[in-house]
Design a protein around this ligand. Structure first.
Ligand code: HEC
Length: 101
């Protein structure tokens, strides 16, 4: 059915995909977290009770993040006062909400 021309194009697409594929599909998925102060804390503390997806599904302002972290501490998250600031800054700058919505 297909013309020789489209067959060649398909083969070319295939070899391109084979070349590029491995570079994209690295065996270890990269950490979903952007770098920054607080990243290690979030990975260590906030993944203890739920997946980090739970944390990043929603966007919050700095104030809302601080309140959320307070709630997590009430549930049992172990964070010092200094840690709270670092994590709230980190989350607000990476997963912040604009105050317009
Ligand atoms: C001691 C256990 C625990 C720790 C540690 C913890 N959480 Fe939670 N978190 C919960 C529970 C329980 C819920 C509610 C049930 C759920 O969504 O899984 C929750 C829900 C959430 C939600 C969704 C709330 C909503 O209303 O949408 C966010 C966001 C969140 N946590 C952020 C964090 C962050 C940020 C940290 C790290 C500072 C953290 N959590 C650490 C227990 C914890």
């Amino acid at each position: 059915m297909s013309t020789p021309r489209s067959g060649t194009r398909l083969r070319r697409w295939f070899s391109a995909a084979l070349l590029v594929g491995p570079a994209i599909a690295s065996p270890q998925p990269p950490s979903p977290l952007p770098d920054g102060d607080g990243k290690a804390l979030v990975e260590r503390i906030c993944a203890q009770c739920h997946s980090l997806d739970t944390v990043f599904r929603s966007r919050r302002t700095r104030q809302q993040w601080a309140a959320e972290i307070d709630k997590m501490i009430a549930k049992g998250a172990k964070l010092s006062d200094d840690d709270i600031d670092v994590v709230a800054d980190y989350l607000a700058s990476r997963f912040g909400a604009s105050t317009r919505n």
